[in-house]
Write a protein that binds this ligand. Structure first.
Ligand code: DOR
Ligand code: ZN
Length: 451
């Protein structure tokens, strides 16, 4: 018996964390309905032969700053999700430091509505955790927040850092929603004190930013939030892990059974302060900072041994004029990432630093599992959403920010040669990127269903 399905992608190399094997995938109604030999697929309205190229689940990036509402001169939902589609990312999670911040149920609903009109890929929305909205956390989850974001170490008045008493109360509430809380783990008083010292000393260069964000500031905050997680039972996720001294703290928490996951980003794995000049001086500013040479090796080791669970990007676009300022304190922190992450990591695969299967675990399976989405997302299995990415492992290209879909054009990876990229991206069976160009219409992307 054979019924007509929407799509078959045949002559693929199906790559999962467990295996790489030749085969094909059949898609109907946006879901994977069959996986097997290319000659055993049902008839389809559309058949794509990918000539033996790898086919992987679309990547998830659980840390992006889309900027709308409030900062559409930096990025929009259309441009951020176009960048994701080009980058082989089929699900993004958006951070709540917008204007208004995503701090109550109405703001969650409003952001989802703005996003749904524009999105090229699926999306989750983070709810902000503050001192004044602890009573709103449950209704934010009910309104569709996919996770929560706690800024420890923020000086952004839109999303202030709550005191530790409020954090404990909030975590008790979040525990009841079953959602995970992602944490920007830095100690605010240390940052404030050291920042004031640097400014008083007249220092305004990138090294002053690094000195402000001392290693101990993140080690302490990771330690504290792991303890709070253990105490309250609230699942946590350490955002943008960047410091070799925090790795053993995460490892120790995992060993004693704390439900803690962690991400790191390509800029912490591939850059150090030694790259500042090449990256455009102050343009390398990001919070937390890219540190001295020596941290990256420890982060790689932690990524490969599972202490760090996944790759994200902290995609944080800003206009060029905000990235090229004389004073570090006036320079906006962060840069776009969702468009280049897969290219940069595939380049490391080509160099033999990790296997493609391991990359699929770090970019697809692990984020989906941590945020309750697996195996609907991040898996090549029957029943999963047909979020699929075809890879061209031989594609060589130079990173050029000017060519980005993102409105953020300043990247510290400018000029870097990459090997390998996503050549086609499908979101629930719809082609959204083909050969590096956008293929789908805005509005294909949908909000994630509550895990
Ligand atoms: O570098 C950063 N940029 N760190 C943050 O925590 C926020 C982000 C942004 O929104 O630009
Ligand atoms: Zn961020």
């Amino acid at each position: 018996m054979s019924t007509m399905v929407d799509l078959v992608i045949r002559d693929a190399l199906l790559v999962t964390p467990e295996a790489s094997r030749p085969g094909a995938v059949a898609v109907d109604g946006g879901r994977i309905v069959a996986i097997g030999r290319s000659d055993a697929m049902p008839a389809a309205r559309r058949v794509i032969d990918i000539g033996g190229r790898p086919l992987i689940p679309g990547a998830l990036d659980v840390h992006t700053h889309v900027r709308e509402p409030g900062f559409s001169h930096k990025e929009t939902w259309a441009t951020a999700t176009a960048a994701a589609a080009v980058g082989g990312v089929t699900t993004i999670f958006d951070m709540p430091n917008t204007n208004p911040p995503t701090g109550n149920a109405a703001a969650v609903r409003e952001k989802i509505a703005i996003a749904a009109r524009q999105a090229h890929v699926d999306f989750g929305v983070y709810g902000y955790v503050g001192e004044t909205n602890i009573g709103d956390l449950r209704s934010m989850a009910d309104a569709g927040a996919s996770a929560f974001k706690l800024f420890l170490g923020s000086d952004n008045p839109l999303v202030p850092c709550p005191n530790d008493g409020a954090v404990l109360d909030a975590m008790a509430q979040i525990r009841q929603t079953g959602l995970r809380c992602t944490v920007h783990a830095e100690n605010t008083p240390i940052l404030n004190w050291r920042g004031a010292q640097m400014k008083a000393a007249g220092r305004d260069d990138l090294s002053a930013h690094l000195a402000q964000h001392a290693d101990i500031a993140t080690v302490e905050a990771v330690q504290r939030i792991a303890l709070f997680s253990e105490w309250t039972g609230c699942k946590i996720h350490i955002a943008h892990e960047n410091c070799r001294h925090a790795v053993p703290v995460i490892a120790a928490a995992k060993r004693r059974g704390v439900d803690i996951t962690a991400e790191t980003c390509p800029h912490y794995l591939l850059l150090s302060m030694d790259d500042a000049e090449q990256a455009g001086g102050n343009a390398l500013r990001v919070k937390p900072p890219v540190r001295e040479a020596g941290h990256a090796d420890a982060l790689w080791a932690a990524l490969l041994d599972g202490t760090i669970d996944m790759i994200s990007t902290d995609h944080a676009p800003h206009p060029a004029q905000e990235k090229h300022r004389a004073s570090i304190w006036e320079t906006s922190p962060g840069f776009p990432g969702v468009e280049t992450s897969m290219r940069l990591m595939l380049t490391e695969v080509a160099a033999g630093r990790l296997t493609l299967r391991h990359y699929v675990k770090l970019a697809c399976e692990a984020p989906a599992r941590a945020f309750g989405l697996w195996p609907r997302k991040g898996a090549l299995v029957v029943g999963a959403d047909a979020d699929l990415v075809v890879l061209d492992l031989n594609h060589r290209e130079t990173v050029r920010g000017g060519q980005f879909q993102s409105l953020g054009k300043v990247t510290p990876f400018e000029g870097r040669e990459t090997i390998g990229r996503a050549s086609q991206t499908f979101v629930r069976g719809t082609l959204v990127m083909d050969n590096g160009g956008l293929a789908g219409a805005p509005g294909v992307g949908r909000p994630l269903q509550r895990p």
